[in-house]
Design a protein around this ligand. Structure first.
Ligand SMILES: [Zn+2]
Ligand SMILES: [Zn+2]
Length: 222
């Protein structure tokens, strides 16, 4: 049985997580500060109307000019920016320990999942017909398609350049260069099927000329 090996350890150091968290907090507080400062400098008519109403409540005797209102608004929002920034920071700091603990838990689970998939020991080189060497495992993720699969990497000991990527479910990785029609070089669709013996077949169908090609991948059923 081949012992799985991680391409990357998903679990990072505490310092790395702390730095990652700092970056998120900074991005968030900077964004709010920018919004508030923008409001301070470019008040809308509605903003100024509200500020005027608030001030006039307390200063009934002397007339207040538009510039006075603008200055008051600017002061208010500049102070508001500082208060908001501090508030946001405080909220994020409150979640720091818990969030980092969750990240670490997820990373450990990912490592465990990758190491739980036992690599195939019978992948042959298509050129040399000898067994390929297993090198490492990784997680292949396509969030948009909701795909998350363990992927094994193999290389030929003859150094013929024939490396192979095989998913833990036995289906091969099909690269873009592998995926052109042998007849017209057009782009192909691929589907993978398995027979009762556990062999995988990839059926390619050309989108351009419609010709079909089949490739067999011999894998022992586990
Ligand atoms: Zn080879
Ligand atoms: Zn074709």
């Amino acid at each position: 049985m081949i012992k799985p090996k991680l391409l990357h350890n998903y679990l990072q150091s505490d310092e790395a997580y702390s730095k990652q968290y700092d970056d998120i907090v900074k991005k968030e507080t900077d964004w709010w500060e920018e919004q508030m400062n923008h409001h301070a400098l470019y008040p809308t008519d509605e903003d100024l109307k509200k500020t005027r109403e608030a001030i006039e409540k307390n200063h009934k005797e002397k007339p207040i000019t538009d510039d006075d209102i603008k200055d008051a608004h600017h002061r208010l929002f500049t102070l508001g920016a500082i208060a908001t920034k501090m508030g946001i920071k405080k909220t994020w700091e409150g979640k720091r320990v818990k969030t980092i603990a969750e990240w670490k838990k997820d990373a450990r689970q990912t490592n465990k999942r990758i190491l739980g998939a036992i690599p195939f020991d019978n992948i042959k080189c298509k050129k040399c017909n000898i067994l390929l060497n297993y090198r490492w495992s990784m997680l292949h993720e396509e969030t948009a398609k909701n795909i998350s699969k363990v992927l094994f990497f193999y290389y030929c000991p003859n150094e013929c350049g024939n490396n192979q990527l095989i998913f833990a479910d036995g289906t091969p990785w099909i690269s873009e260069s592998d995926n052109t029609c042998a007849v017209c070089k057009g782009e192909r669709n691929s589907t993978v099927t398995k027979d009762n013996a556990g062999n995988s077949y990839i059926i390619f169908e050309c989108k351009k000329c419609g010709s079909r090609q089949v490739e067999k991948y011999e894998l022992q059923a586990r």
